[in-house]
Design a protein around this ligand. Structure first.
Ligand code: R5P
Length: 288
């Protein structure tokens, strides 16, 4: 087995290759120093993959990484790989999952159709709407990132886990079972892209160290509002944890409210303190 990493996911691809005891195929991302002057992407596989099973790891966010994913997938197929497993740690363009207005592109499905042109199967993590997986013309499944978050929290002094909204209850339950800590959930109402409101609720957090567990941190509005609620109820320490740390717009300002930020390596950042390589490795082994 061989693993190729796009430039959005090189570190995770290397960790995955290690987990799978697979070859890591180096890729050149520039033909000439400085790349194409117009900024277009370039990829070249630096080892042969003819007749091989190749796992391609690349998050499809931001846009340039979408283009790079398709260039790599095509290069792998053109080089004669016998099987291509797409690992898309963060499925960018997954948010538009239906047509709200006539004439709109349903970007989550656009991605699915095009990924299936080269890949034999697709694995992703904490996708915005898992129903999209059923629209893939190839086998497609979601791998949970919660074991990684649970593993991390088990090693900390955290007393209590909190889901910031109803959608995250399933996630916090899974992380809490691994970390062996109690949990609760808040209810969230989204007012606009940047602002949310939490329904008041009594939580057993006075004097405690609390980890908020969410799938994605985007603007950080959800985490900042949940943190304010926790502080108001006497929490001693607040850790923000998420699978995908997008950290866009005012996120870093919002996250100053927390004592610590923990994300996985689906989107590499200074907060990627935990790897999801073991989770993807187990899912790939299970494909057979
Ligand atoms: C919402 O359904 C998700 O689970 C996250 O809570 C949300 O995407 C976080 O966004 P933000 O960081 O902008 O509040």
């Amino acid at each position: 087995m061989n693993v190729v990493g796009g430039s959005a996911s090189t570190a995770l691809a290397r960790s995955l290759a290690k987990e799978l005891r697979a070859n890591f195929i180096e890729v050149a991302f520039e033909r000439h120093p400085g790349g194409f002057p117009d900024g277009e992407r370039y990829v070249r596989l630096l080892s042969p993959v003819a007749g091989e099973h190749v796992v391609l790891v690349q998050s499809t966010w931001p846009d340039t990484n979408v283009v790079e994913y398709f260039l790599l997938a095509d290069a792998i197929r053109d080089a004669g790989a016998s099987r291509l497993t797409a690992v898309i740690p963060y499925y960018g363009y997954g948010r538009q999952d239906k047509r709200f207005l006539d004439g709109e592109a349903i970007s989550a499905m656009t991605m699915a159709k095009h990924i299936a042109l080269d890949a034999d199967e697709m694995l992703t993590m904490a996708i915005h709407n898992p129903d999209i997986l059923a629209t893939f013309p190839i086998p497609a499944r979601e791998v949970s990132g919660m074991p990684a978050i649970g593993r991390y929290l088990k090693t900390t002094d955290v007393d209590f886990l909190l889901a910031p909204d109803g959608k995250a209850i399933r996630l916090v339950k899974e992380a809490a079972a691994i970390a062996k800590k109690p949990f609760d959930a808040l209810e969230k109402e989204r007012l606009d892209s940047y602002t949310v409101r939490m329904t008041p609720k009594r939580l057993d957090v006075r004097g405690k160290s609390v980890a908020i567990v969410d799938d994605v941190v985007s603007t950080g509005g959800t985490i900042a509002t949940a943190t304010r609620e926790l502080r108001a109820q006497g929490a001693r320490r607040v850790i923000a944890t998420c699978v995908h740390g997008l950290f866009v717009g005012p996120a870093l300002e919002n996250l100053k409210a927390c004592d610590e930020i923990v994300a996985t390596d689906t989107i590499p950042s200074a907060y990627s303190k935990v790897t999801v390589a073991p989770e993807f490795a187990a899912a790939i082994r299970a494909l057979g």
